[in-house]
Ligand binder design. Structure first.
Ligand SMILES: C=C(O[C@H]1C=CC=C(C(=O)O)[C@@H]1O)C(=O)O
Length: 387
């Protein structure tokens, strides 16, 4: 295999965005961005990354996406060329504007909103009958079709413009028919970041929609922070993340109380779990695989929740609620939870949003929460419809 080429760094993430073409890989955090073009090789398993990177040179990295179902193939690429931008991505906001996408849109919810409410009711009933089942994350899909090909680069730029501190990504996916297929999103949730000995995971769970009215917005934030149901939902995820990281860490720090974080559309309860690895050679993707799927996207206990989701959701999640990110040749990397995302091919997009269902969940509020979460992508498309 030829070695991966590292292009001269770009001054800004906006410069990288301007070079992005469908089929490329893009990943940005609040402080830096990466753009991969071409493919030296593609891989369908995370554990194939170290051997591929050993052939691709000292500074090489692999990028890509892992589906929700760990038994399904991943789609990872060792790009031919990687270009980085080390500057804060926030700057990208002043560099370009939100751009409209042309075309007429048709929106089809799958399942219909009433059916999602019924699925949540069913999950609540299942948890009442079987108290071992403590949490199930139920999602819905919104099929969005345009009368023209979707301009993937503009959707990506709009996502970054609205949420410059989110983890904004574009990953190439295996084609369904003809043409490229991409996974695009702006996730607020860090599954794992690993640098040398240090690891950070930032589980989120417990949500409230933002409001344009500042007083209402603040009230919702305080309501979330003091909600017993949301704090319970959050603690289940923190517990699972801590348990998955503990065997790898010689020290682990877990704040006792969650804090609030906000995206352009949502408030979330957030906990930053930090640790020091016993073995600094454990690569980032291995930690991601051990953490995935957390109860932020699946439930507790994992196997029971996974089967319940299979019985209640009328679609295959595919790459939604998987993980997306990169690992470099040193084993360092960042993997985020694939939420607030869309699977795009040609004129069609599939948008997804879900929420953690607890024994005390209110089904109508769960539906409203998924509608609010879908707005991340709808705003990037410029679609102003009720989801
Ligand atoms: C599953 C999703 O969100 C997860 C992440 C943050 C908060 C969540 C919640 O409050 O339910 C979910 O666990 C999604 O956005 O589709």
């Amino acid at each position: 295999m030829p070695e991966q080429r590292t292009a001269a760094p770009a001054a800004t993430a906006g410069e990288l965005l301007a070079e992005y073409r469908p089929g490329d890989s893009f990943f940005s955090t609040a402080t830096r961005a990466l753009h991969g073009t071409g493919a030296l090789t593609t891989l369908d398993r995370l554990d194939a990354i170290p051997a591929a990177l050993a052939e691709a040179g000292d500074g090489a990295l692999a990028m890509g996406a892992v589906p929700f179902d760990p038994a399904q193939p991943a789609h990872l690429v060792v790009p031919e060329t990687v270009r980085r931008s080390p500057s804060p991505v926030r700057a990208a906001r002043s560099e370009h504007r939100w751009s409209p996408l042309g075309g007429q849109w048709t929106l089809t919810p799958v399942p219909a909103p009433d059916a999602h409410v019924a699925a949540v009711e069913r999950a609540v009933k299942l948890m009442a009958e079987d108290t071992e089942l403590r949490k199930v994350v139920l999602a819905r899909c919104l099929k969005v079709e345009s009368d023209q090909d979707v301009d993937v680069a503009t959707v990506l730029a709009n996502l970054l413009w609205r949420d410059p501190t989110a983890f904004v990504f574009a990953a190439d996916l295996p084609e369904r028919g003809s043409g490229t297929r991409s996974l695009l999103g702006a996730s607020p949730e860090l599954l794992i970041a690993k640098r040398g000995r240090h690891v950070l995971s930032n589980p989120l769970a417990g949500s409230a929609p933002r409001s344009a009215d500042p007083t209402k917005d603040q009230r919702r934030a305080v309501g979330l922070l003091t909600s017993a149901k949301d704090r319970h939902e959050h603690s289940v995820v923190v517990e699972a993340v801590t348990e998955a990281l503990r065997p790898h860490c010689r020290s682990l720090s877990v704040p006792a109380e969650p804090e609030l974080i906000k995206t352009a559309t949502m408030w979330h309860l957030s906990t930053r779990v930090t640790g020091e690895l016993t073995d600094p050679d454990v690569p980032a993707h291995r930690l991601a695989a051990d953490l995935h799927p957390t109860p932020a996207v699946c439930g507790t206990p994992t196997g029971r929740a996974f089967d319940t989701i299979g019985g209640l959701e009328p679609f295959d999640r595919g790459f939604y609620t998987g993980a997306v990110g990169y690992t470099d040749a040193a084993g360092d990397g960042e993997w985020v939870v694939t939420i607030r995302c869309a699977d795009v091919a040609g004129r069609a997009l599939e948008l997804y949003a879900g929420g953690g269902v607890m024994p005390e969940s209110d089904p109508d509020s769960e539906l409203a929460e998924t509608s609010a979460k879908l707005r991340t992508l709808l705003l990037a498309l410029g679609v102003d419809g009720a989801a």
